[in-house]
Design a protein around this ligand. Structure first.
Ligand code: ATP
Ligand code: MG
Ligand code: MG
Length: 557
């Protein structure tokens, strides 16, 4: 895709280029997911930002799995993340990296810090370390182990690596300043002992680097020029810079960390941890449940990469947090599908009509445009016969004021077919309407140029003798309408706010044309909304359609 509008990050990079900060002025960005879950719309924003920035400057884009924490990571996530990024269209070419492949180097850099008296092995317990760290309002205290000799630290750290100590008994800490106003600079832990299997390195390591130590080194090793991350890392930037400035390998060129605001959306929660809880509790049908804002969920919902890209372009990149109205996202989804999808007819809540003056065994095939606004989508044939279905809501026995649809004595147009008039309402023993008897006027055939009289209502319909039945899944928001709930990882309990009616499964009656629909095919069902063939459960004999969105937009540009 084309580089789009400029943002504050572009201004920073432009300035760096003017000042010749980077060798050959080659911009290199990266997307660094931790493989501990599936990607979501927030990640999509970050992927597209990094990828588009690389395109804009004729640079390169790395995909790097930030897999330095063995506990929560899994190969399944690595595969899904690759698939999702490819689908979004961000091309990392051959630039795929795993942070765990840098464990050897990270270990050597830790030795370098120890030799420079910039790191020490600490025997305090995790609780003690927390106590010694102090608070925002009080300085921390030096650990009694802080003045160990370089020789002793080298020996202890090597023994940590050799598996001589149990989990939690020792850590390696950077030696900076226990009274720094920035708590992240109060001798942060850089290595911990964890006798745990790692998805990539197996049992090679029993010490693992902490995120704040690993991340700058990963960026440095790859030669990243602009390390774009989200705002919660702003206070970590001083340590990011401290570390790289103190390692000889990064004397000449260092990456620059730039923070932007996380994407948040109303009516949904996109934090990985929250989504994982919904998946683990079975509240949703896996990570790709169409109600989730995961990339795989959106794909299964019938949302296209182009819609996501257009939305991300529109919201831009900012340095302050705000919640984006989900209606705006939906606007871009509809806008993208509008001209791309064929418009077919489906009846989701049927009432039967018998056209009493139409021959019993006759089926005629009518021509219909697939999309009135995009003739390149061509024409199809639809069957018309004596028995048809319309939506229940398109009939009223006793019409309210200004009701132009079908009621006894009234005439309406059946889209692409004929005018029909309702003559008789048939009810069962309980008084429920089960059938409408109508007559049609052969003169009024669509496309025949008939101008004899006008009708106000046009209804969609399907031929009851020649339609297919399918499962239709209607989705609503996962969360109730309550804007007080925010995506705070530290106190999440949006589970209290779950909408119990976010999925409704019904039967639909579709034009026979849809029998040929394949997994992932997208349609507009006239007047009902956008639908997609479910990629997980739909089969040739048992079609399943997911609602992408209905047609009504509440968003005003
Ligand atoms: P989550 O908060 O959902 O757990 P994360 O940040 O922990 O996400 P990572 O795999 O570490 O997940 O994220 C990879 C990249 O995606 C990071 O650079 C992160 O800042 C970015 N990212 C995550 N969530 C968002 C978001 N909502 N908006 C924009 N970028 C995001
Ligand atoms: Mg993270
Ligand atoms: Mg997280």
């Amino acid at each position: 895709s084309e580089p789009t509008g400029t943002n504050f990050i572009n201004n920073i990079i432009d300035e760096d280029i003017r000042n010749n900060i980077y060798q050959n002025n080659k911009v290199l960005t990266r997307f660094p997911p931790e493989p501990n879950g599936y990607l979501h719309i927030g990640h999509a924003k970050s992927i597209l930002l990094n990828y588009n920035t690389s395109l804009r400057y004729n640079g390169k884009f790395n995909l790097r799995f930030d897999d330095t924490n063995p506990v929560k990571e899994d190969e399944e996530y690595v595969q899904s993340i690759k698939e999702d990024i490819k689908w979004l269209g961000a091309d990392w070419e051959d630039r795929l990296f795993f942070a765990s492949n840098y464990f050897d180097k990270m270990f050597l850099y830790a030795l370098e810090l120890i030799k420079k008296d910039l790191a020490y092995v600490d025997d305090l317990s995790p609780d003690e370390i927390r106590q010694y760290r102090g608070t925002l309002f009080s300085p921390g205290k030096n650990s009694p182990y802080r003045n160990r000799s370089i020789e002793e630290n080298l020996e202890l750290f090597t023994r940590m690596k050799d598996g001589k100590f149990i989990d939690g008994s020792k850590v390696l800490r950077a030696k900076i300043d226990m009274s720094s106003p920035n708590i992240n600079m109060r001798d942060p832990i850089i290595y911990r002992i964890l006798h745990t299997h790692h998805h990539n390195t197996g049992d090679t390591w029993c010490i693992y680097p902490m995120y704040d130590y690993a991340h700058p080194i990963e960026d440095g090793i790859e030669g990243i020029t602009h390390s774009i991350c989200t705002l919660e890392f702003e206070d970590h930037r001083p340590f990011y810079n401290w570390l790289l400035e103190n390692l000889d390998d990064f004397k000449i060129q260092r990456p620059k960390q730039i923070e932007f605001a996380k994407l948040q959306l109303s009516r949904t929660i996109i934090g990985k941890r929250f989504i994982k809880t919904l998946v683990d509790k079975g509240i949703v049908d896996g990570w790709d449940d169409p109600r989730l804002m995961t990339i795989s969920g959106m794909r299964r919902r019938g949302i296209t990469p182009e819609a996501i890209q257009n939305f991300c372009d529109e919201i831009g990149v900012a340095r302050s947090n705000s919640i984006v109205d989900i209606a705006m996202f939906e606007h871009f989804v509809r806008d993208d599908l509008k001209l791309k999808t064929p418009r077919l007819m489906a009846i989701l809540d049927p009432i039967k009509i018998v056209i009493t003056n139409y021959p019993e065994d006759k089926i005629e095939w009518l021509d219909m445009h697939n999309n009135q606004d995009n003739e390149s989508l061509g024409i199809r044939k639809i069957p018309f016969g004596r028995e048809i279905y319309i939506e229940k809501e398109d009939f009223m026995e006793v019409p309210i004021k200004k009701y132009f649809r079908l009621f006894p004595g009234n005439e309406v147009r059946l889209m692409g077919a004929y005018f029909i008039k309702c003559n008789e309402v048939i009810k069962n023993a309980n008084g429920e309407i089960i059938q409408l008897n109508c007559t049609y006027d052969p003169e009024t055939k669509s496309g025949s140029g008939f101008t004899g009289r006008k009708v106000k209502g046009t209804l969609h319909w399907v031929c009851a003798q020649n339609c297919i039945e399918s499962e239709i899944r209607l989705y609503d928001y996962l969360l109730n309408d309550n804007n007080d709930i925010d995506d705070d990882e530290d106190n999440p309990d949006p589970l209290n706010n779950i909408n119990p009616d976010s999925l409704k499964v019904i039967k639909g009656y579709l034009e026979p044309e849809l029998a040929n629909a394949n997994s992932g095919d997208k349609f507009q069902f006239v007047r009902n909304g956008y639908f997609v063939v479910d990629s997980k459960d739909s089969t040739k004999n048992n079609l399943v359609f997911n609602l992408t969105l209905n047609l009504k937009s509440s968003w005003k540009p």
